[in-house]
Design a binder for this molecule. Sequence first.
Ligand SMILES: [Zn+2]
Length: 205
Amino acid sequence: MCRRLWEARLIAGADGNVSVRVGPDTLLVTPRGLLKGELTAQDLVRVSLAGAPLGGFRKATSELDLHLRIYQARPDVGAVVHAHPPTATGFAVAGEGLPATVLPELTVLFGEVPLVPYALPGTPAVGAAMAPFLARNEGVLLANHGAVTWGADLMSAQIRMESLEHAARIILAARTIGRVVHLTPEQVHELARPRGMSGHDQAEP
Ligand SMILES: [Zn+2]
């Protein structure tokens, strides 16, 4: 998944971090500082849900706290992806989230993607700023920083990250053309009704 993030240009350099729940109180997380496109299994770090190191040779990601907060708030979450997707992060730099009312896949996968106020990267302030959004959202933009998505498993979280960036590009294209037509409340309701909030197999609009 890290290689895929890099190949899709959702991260550059040592950007980004990924975690996955592998037991009731155990996570595998990416290491601090390394190129994510070149990681091997030996580079991954095993930590408890409280962040205690349980195994591995590397130091855990500097954004570990952000990951832990999501797992602690959401027992249904099995994986978290943090990346710096260029167009979605452009919205975050412009001070905007992504609306729930323009693209069906965005509506189904996320609802809206809110903007979390800026906090210093690599500090617990990022997780603290995200906390109010965790219960009701499946992903966020971090102001002047990047994006975080989560899901029941690694595939769901990854699909959300890729779809988030793709949607941001489409919205930007529509703005360049000069007109954004929003779905009606009825159309949004119709999308949300028969589907669950998580599970990548349910989202094929
Ligand atoms: Zn970051």
